[in-house]
Design a protein around this ligand. Structure first.
Ligand SMILES: [Zn+2]
Length: 406
């Protein structure tokens, strides 16, 4: 039922029967569009019950191609042990231990469908591991460009999956430059290369949008009042918002929407800065530094879409310092039994701030996205720099040693 691709800037339509990157006219992000009125007639949400517990249960609203699946998606929606109306969507249980599995499962599915051979990705870490795994499963080549100081797990998993890894001195933006240089080589088209960077091909968003379908299905087709989402490239935010629009067109939900909240690390917060200044795009963040490696994205490519969603949903953007993130990582482990990725734990920091300032009321239902497993950050969480950051805030350290009244 995929009908065409549509530019999110100029609205131009492109055929969906071949591999496409961004809009040739204005470099806008392309979205996959479906014949939703036909799907509405032939498929109801009631038919989801009993379907495969992966993101491919929503194949009615995904491209019709043979899926490259490792069992991604349909992760648990865990009620918080600490806050009665908070749910933690635990994406750490995905294949490769992060939410990146969804986007790369859809992306590699379509790459194989279109006969592409060599998939190049600049990554802050977890997308690299996911691409490497799905490319291995599909029999395609993964070419990874990631910062030299990514968590060890990302380097090691890519190596074991048989990916071609280039470690770059710098950030994901420097890695993206490497991929851009590679594109100029004459063999790029001839040898079936393709750039699967965040939002530079249409299908990673399609995979990530299944998080929006799951939020609705797992809450009994009721929208929460808020969704807090750690925002690096922001694909999940884009995808969930797209899912809500599709679900409304399908008659699965009404016009209500959650407030969408971006949380970023204080050491790299281009979206928070742009939001606070009322801008419609971000500026390149200089000297980006945070132990939450997934949030070290100095300028997300889909920034204009992220900021539009925050505005349309009456959401906001919040930053968290590394010491706040570390304390929250420890707190969630002790209180919830969830050993979260630092990026995920940043949601707890944001939630506390938004409760303290009255943005959320105690009876608001809020979904916090833990985007990955803490097990992928063992070297980061155990390093001396991390211990120093934790010591920077004495109050946080004290909480770490006390068993709370939960
Ligand atoms: Zn365009």
């Amino acid at each position: 039922m995929l009908s065409h691709l549509e530019c999110t800037r100029c609205g131009e339509q492109y055929p969906a029967d071949r591999a496409q990157s961004v809009c040739p006219k204005d470099a806008g992000v392309l979205y996959a569009r479906y014949d939703l009125s036909s799907i509405k007639r032939s498929f109801s949400s009631a038919r989801l019950a009993g379907r495969t517990p992966t993101m491919w249960r929503y194949d009615a609203v995904l491209p019709a191609a043979d899926p490259v699946s490792l069992g991604e998606g349909f992760t648990p929606m865990l009620p918080s042990r600490e806050y009665p109306n908070v749910f933690i969507k635990d994406e750490g249980l995905n294949p490769t231990g992060s939410f990146k599995a969804r986007g790369l499962s859809a992306c590699v599915t379509m790459a194989r469908h279109f006969g592409l051979k060599k998939l190049a990705i600049p990554s802050a870490g977890n997308a690299a591991g996911a691409l490497a795994a799905y490319a291995a499963a599909a029999g395609l080549e993964a070419h990874i460009f990631m910062p030299r100081d990514v968590p060890a797990a990302n380097r090691i998993e890519c190596d074991y999956y048989g990916a071609h890894v280039t470690l770059v001195d710098g950030l994901i933006s420097d890695c993206a430059r490497k991929v851009a240089e590679l594109k100029k080589s004459p063999s790029w088209e001839k040898d079936g290369w393709f750039d699967v960077s965040t939002t530079k091909e249409p299908y990673r968003v399609e995979g990530k949008k299944t998080m929006g379908y799951e939020v609705a299905e797992q809450l009994g087709w009721r929208m929460p009042q808020g969704i807090i989402y750690p925002t690096g490239g922001g694909v999940g935010l884009l995808g969930m918002w797209k899912a809500f629009e599709e679900m409304q067109a399908l008659g699965w939900i009404g016009p209500e929407r959650p407030k969408m909240i971006s949380v970023q690390a204080a050491g790299c917060a281009p979206v928070v800065k742009a939001w606070e200044e009322g801008k419609t795009s971000t500026e390149m963040w200089t000297n980006a530094a945070t132990l939450a490696s997934g949030l070290r994205v100095p300028k997300p490519y889909g920034d204009y879409l992220i900021l539009e969603i925050l505005k349309k949903s009456h959401g906001t953007a919040v930053s968290a310092t590394d010491s706040e993130i570390l304390e929250a990582t420890r707190h969630w482990s002790k209180v919830e039994g969830i050993f979260a990725a630092p990026e995920g734990a940043a949601c707890l920091v944001a939630y506390r701030k938004l409760r303290a300032n009255g943005f959320f009321k105690p009876d608001d239902t809020v979904v916090l996205f833990n985007t990955g497993s803490g097990l992928k950050y063992l070297d980061v969480l155990d390093s001396s720099a991390t211990r120093q950051a934790a010591q920077a805030k004495p109050a946080a350290r004290q909480i770490g040693g006390i068993i709370g009244p939960y």
